[in-house]
Design a protein around this ligand. Structure first.
Ligand SMILES: NC(=O)c1ccc[n+]([C@@H]2O[C@H](COP(=O)([O-])OP(=O)(O)OC[C@H]3O[C@@H](n4cnc5c(N)ncnc54)[C@H](OP(=O)(O)O)[C@@H]3O)[C@@H](O)[C@H]2O)c1
Length: 299
């Protein structure tokens, strides 16, 4: 495994982390606590120390499965979680972003994770007007002083202009950003300069373009009900997969696993501290961890 320092936080994180939206049950599969334990233990044994989760991956369900799996080894992990949504049903959320909402969610996250501190507490895809709320900013700072939060991060929605929130990171005491970044979606590059100037680490989320960049899906692929990807139109799926096929032919060196290449591709620019691919099995964790070997070999 390789490690990089996450922006101003000073935390040394593995360049390959583990994304855990999947554990919330919205990817066509429910996870048992044994399955989650095996997935995380596999990552730990390969040197992975970074887990990304959120309040709304199930009603604190992903956090709760993680809390059970890492009980007794909390100090081996850097846990990033989020606030700003409430899970109200399969793929349904309400927007809960006031200072009082945040305090309530923080307590629920700490309880689910069976811990008394969060390493990186991230705003979760909130609007600019909500981000600019001084009361919320001050409430986060207070929780930091109380020791419940070590560092503040911001997972910015890909559906808005990223510049406003990225450039106001100093105002909000944000030390790291989480951005959608992968070979098919490069919008995040618009704020890489800001990240560099403000010494913000970047966590690249959706680094496999929801699994499409693994190269295992072909045009015409369909997803079962209950899988978040089933909400896409066949036209959207096929357009993306046609582009993936082109990239596989023209950019991925022969003999290199495409998923590993796609993760290594995100890490070309050192402003990207780590990728956080969602993992559904120990085998996927193993394959993704091996991508660390490709870092600095991809241009
Ligand atoms: N707003 C936010 O803050 C936000 C939004 C989205 C995601 N996130 C975070 O970012 C993480 C990553 O994004 P994501 O999970 O949406 O997308 P992703 O990482 O691009 O794709 C994950 C999917 O790719 C497939 N996969 C993973 N490793 C593989 C491998 N080695 N070989 C083949 N297939 C593989 C798995 O699905 P299949 O095997 O079923 O294909 C897995 O569910 C999330 O888990 C979450 O922690 C945050």
């Amino acid at each position: 495994m390789k490690y990089r320092t996450l922006g101003k936080t000073g935390m040394k994180v593995s360049v390959i982390g583990i994304g855990t939206w999947q554990f919330g049950g919205e990817w066509g599969k429910n996870f048992t606590s044994d399955e989650v334990r095996q997935i995380l233990a596999t990552g730990r044994d390969l040197g992975i120390n970074l887990i990304d989760t959120a309040e709304c991956y199930g009603d604190h369900l992903s956090e709760s499965l993680i809390g059970q799996a890492i009980a007794g080894e909390r100090d081996k992990w850097i846990i990033a979680t989020k606030f700003g949504h409430r899970f109200t049903g399969h793929l349904k959320r309400s927007d809960d972003r006031t200072a009082a909402d945040m305090r309530e969610q923080l307590e629920a996250s700490l309880k689910a994770l069976k811990t008394d501190y969060i390493d990186l507490y991230q705003y979760h895809s909130i609007r600019d007007s909500e981000f600019d709320n001084e009361e919320l900013r001050d409430a986060l700072e207070k929780e930091k002083k109380a020791g419940k939060i070590r560092h503040i991060g911001n997972s910015i929605s890909n559906g808005i202009d990223l510049v406003h929130q990225a450039s106001r990171s100093g105002w909000a005491n944000v030390e790291a950003l989480q951005l959608v970044y992968n070979r098919l979606e490069r919008k995040a590059e618009a704020v890489f300069d800001i990240c560099q100037q403000q010494k913000l680490g970047v966590l690249a989320r959706v680094p496999l373009a929801s699994g499409f960049l693994s190269g295992k899906y072909r045009r015409g692929a369909t997803f079962q009900a209950g899988d978040v990807r089933a909400a896409r139109t066949q036209e959207q799926i096929d357009q993306q997969l046609a582009e993936v096929e082109r990239i596989a032919k023209e950019e991925v060196p022969p003999g290199v696993d495409m998923a590993q290449w796609a993760l290594g591709w995100c890490l070309r620019d050192p402003v990207v501290t780590a990728v956080i691919p969602g993992c559904k099995s120990p085998e996927q964790v193993k394959a993704n961890a091996a991508a660390a070997e490709l870092v600095e070999t991809i241009e």
